[in-house]
Write a protein that binds this ligand. Sequence first.
Ligand SMILES: [Zn+2]
Length: 426
Amino acid sequence: MILANARILTFDSANRILDSGFVEVRPDGLIGVVGSRRPSGAEVVDCGGRLLMPAPINCHSHLYGALARGMPPHGKPPADFRAILKKLWWRLDRALDPDDVYYSALVGLMDSARCGVGTVIDHHSSPNACAGSLDVIERAFRKVGLRGATCYETSDRNGRRSAEAAIRENVRFLERARPSPLVKPAFGLHAAFTLSDRTLRACVEANQPLGGAFHVHVAEDRCDRRAVRRLCDFGILDDRALAAHCVHVTPAERGLLARRRVNVIHNPQSNCNNAVGAAALLELVRAGVLVGLGSDGYSPRLWDEFKTALHVQKLRLRDPRAARAEAFAAAFRNNGAIVKKVWGLELGRIETGAKADLASIDYFPPTPLGPENVFGHLLFGISNAPVDSLMVDGRWVLRQGRFANLDERAIAAKASARARKLWERF
Ligand SMILES: [Zn+2]
């Protein structure tokens, strides 16, 4: 298939922009030739001059939270991070059954697709529906057609048996006989402050023969300070680990994260919402840490995380010049580099041999657009424009604003019915 007549932001090594270009999508789901003149012979899809770019990647999310949208508050609003976990998320995850897990994943993935996101790195928890839950999430990924990864959140907060079940679920999913090409496994941990030394040791031992990447929250709130060194000492934070947040880290810990080549995932909207503090994005980058961007389940729109990453740093440093390069790199460069490091995936650029994960956007620039000013167009224009189509692995997920393979309204109606029952059990 040839996608022709598109304005292409390649994000390739030369950062080329093709004003009227084409992309060959091969049957194996990879990008073939990219160029300015349309080759003949193959099936041609006219993009109508729309903007074509690599589908954004969300490096940290929680699909299980999707059915909490609009849930009525219970009692006084939680006043700090621990209270938010105890009163909301740790009650919600215990109330989930396997059908809730499926529908929340479907809803979260459909929302992501609508925002042009092609890859979601999920971190799951459903303590009373743990065994098999990662297969249920994988089924939702396949239904929507998105790419991603998932893992189960090991924690001691529900007792030892629950932690052991979580380890078994991670191991089972890492050992699958028939792994899905679209959904990769990882080994999930909640955070150092809910994990005993004994459980951390058990996770490392269980993962040792499997070589899974650890995906863990690190120093999100003050209550998890000093997590970096402890998790490093256990061998959990290494060059394939995803460390979400890293808000409360010292300069020495930033140095340690850089030396261990840990992948830090910044989630600025969630940090604002939970009022846990502003991660020192610039200092992390200056220390040599690779920092990507995630949503922590707060929003499916990576565009909004990009904007918030930028705005929070400007405000934190009271410097209007701050963080342009760092926010841009986190959103549009580093997430691709991280999924390559962790799972060997070639994503985030339109170049021969990369995966054909492409977002087509209704953006017809009203001012000149070139490699030197793409930042301004992303910030003020492209991020606000509707997503017309989304392709993942060479297959259409969204076509002209509609899902190619599923009935969105029917799924929303079923999800809403599930949510009502979930709220009653909460
Ligand atoms: Zn999270």
